[in-house]
Design a protein around this ligand. Structure first.
Ligand code: DGY
Length: 331
C-alpha cells in the first residue's frame, strides 16, 4: 500500500459504472478520467505516473513502453474478457498483474451473438428498414424470405465459455452442434451440449451457421479467410462477436458481394471504431458497434469485477480473475 493515507492508488481510465467507482473510492485513492473520450497513450502515461493500479478498457493500449514509463504500476485490470490490447508477456516480465472479466459477460455476449445469428438468417434489419422507409405497399409471398435456424447445423469456432453458451442456445432450436477448438471439451460437456468436435474444414463445410468465439491470437488472426469462406455453404451465415481480426474482412466483403455465403452478423471489426462503408452498402450483413456484452446488468458486473480485481492486488490478496497468475506466485 502507498504510505499516503494508507490507501492504494489507482487510475480509472473511463467513467465505468458508478457502483464500481464508489467501491474503488471506498478503499483506494482514485483518479477518475471522467470523459468517455479515451486518454491518448501520452495522456495515459502521464495520468498513470505514481499510480499503483489501472482499470481500463480494451481501447487502452497497454504496451511495454507504457509499462516501462509507470514503474509503480502493480496491476492492470481490463474491463473485458478479451485482453489483446495488453502486452501480457511484457507485464509478466515486469511483475505487473493483468486481470480480465470472464464469466460475468458470457450469457449476455452469447445472447447478442444469437441475436445477430437470427437477424442475418431471417433478414430482420432489412425488413425493418423496408417498413420504416414506407416501401411495404403489398403483401408478397417471397418477401424477405430467409434461412431457417431451427433444425440446422451450428458450427462454433472456439469452444470456451461463450462458445459453449451458444451451444446451449442451439439446443433450444433443435440444432446439430459442431465445434472446433485446439482443446477438446470433456466427454461429459460434449454430451450435455450435444456438441461434436471436428476440424475446421469439416465445420466450415457442414455448418449452416458459423459463429466465431476464439480469442485473437497470432494463430487465430484471419482464421476465417478467403479459403475458409469459399468452403462454406452458399446458404451459410457467419457471425463474429469475438474479435474483428479473426476474420479477414476484405475476404468477407468479397464473399458477401459475390454470394459465396448468404450473410453475416458482425459485432466486431478489424478497425474499431469506424464507418465501415463497404459493409454498410450491403444488405446481407447486420452490423453492430462491438456491444455484445452491453446489457445494463452485465456492464455493472464487469466494472465491479474489474475494480475488485484491482483492489485485491493492491491489498495483497489474490484477485478473482487474473490473466497471468504466475506474477502472483512470484510476490
Ligand atoms: C470483451 O469483454 O472482450 C468485449 O469484447 C468487450 O466488452
Amino acid at each position: 500500500m502507498t504510505p499516503s493515507a494508507g490507501r492504494p492508488s489507482m487510475l480509472i481510465a473511463y467513467p465505468i459504472a458508478e457502483q464500481a467507482i464508489a467501491l474503488a473510492r471506498s478503499r483506494a485513492l482514485v483518479d477518475l478520467h471522467e470523459s468517455t473520450d479515451a486518454l491518448s497513450p501520452r495522456e495515459l502515461a502521464e495520468r498513470l505516473r505514481g499510480q499503483q493500479g489501472l482499470v481500463c478498457l480494451i481501447t487502452d493500449r497497454i504496451d511495454d513502453a507504457l509499462l516501462s514509463a509507470c514503474p509503480d504500476l502493480r496491476v492492470v485490470s481490463n474491463v473485458a474478457v478479451g485482453f489483446n490490447n495488453v502486452d501480457v508477456p511484457a507485464a509478466t516480465r515486469r511483475g505487473v498483474v493483468i486481470t480480465n472479466t470472464p464469466d460475468v459477460l458470457t450469457d449476455t455476449t452469447a445472447d447478442y451473438a444469437w441475436a445477430l445469428l437470427m437477424a442475418t438468417a431471417r433478414r430482420v434489419v432489412e425488413a425493418d428498414r423496408f417498413v420504416r422507409q414506407g416501401q411495404w405497399t403489398k403483401w408478397e409471398f417471397n418477401l424477405f424470405i430467409g434461412n431457417d435456424v431451427h433444425g440446422s447445423t451450428l458450427g462454433i469456432v472456439g469452444f470456451g465459455r461463450i462458445g459453449r453458451a451458444m451451444a446451449r442456445r442451439a439446443a433450444g432450436f433443435g440444432m446439430r452442434v459442431l465445434y472446433q477448438d485446439p482443446v477438446g471439451a470433456d466427454a461429459a460437456v460434449e454430451r450435455e451440449l450435444r456438441a461434436t468436435r471436428v476440424d475446421l474444414p469439416t465445420l466450415l463445410r457442414e455448418s449452416d451457421f458459423v459463429t466465431v468465439h476464439t480469442p485473437l491470437l497470432a494463430d487465430t488472426r484471419h482464421l476465417i479467410g478467403a479459403e475458409a469462406l469459399r468452403s462454406m455453404k452458399r446458404t451459410a451465415h457467419l457471425v463474429n462477436a469475438a474479435r474483428g481480426p479473426v476474420v479477414d474482412e476484405a475476404a468477407l466483403l468479397a464473399a458477401l458481394k459475390a454470394g459465396t455465403i448468404a450473410g453475416a452478423g458482425l459485432d466486431v471489426f478489424e478497425v474499431e471504431p469506424g464507418r465501415h462503408e463497404e459493409f454498410a452498402g450491403l444488405d446481407n450483413v447486420v452490423l453492430a458497434p462491438h456491444i455484445a456484452s452491453g446489457s445494463f446488468a452485465t456492464r455493472i458486473k464487469m466494472a465491479t469485477l474489474a475494480v475488485e480485481n484491482c483492489l485485491a492486488v493492491l491489498e495483497g490478496k489474490t484477485p478473482p480473475t487474473p490473466v497471468n497468475p504466475e506474477v502472483l506466485r512470484g510476490r
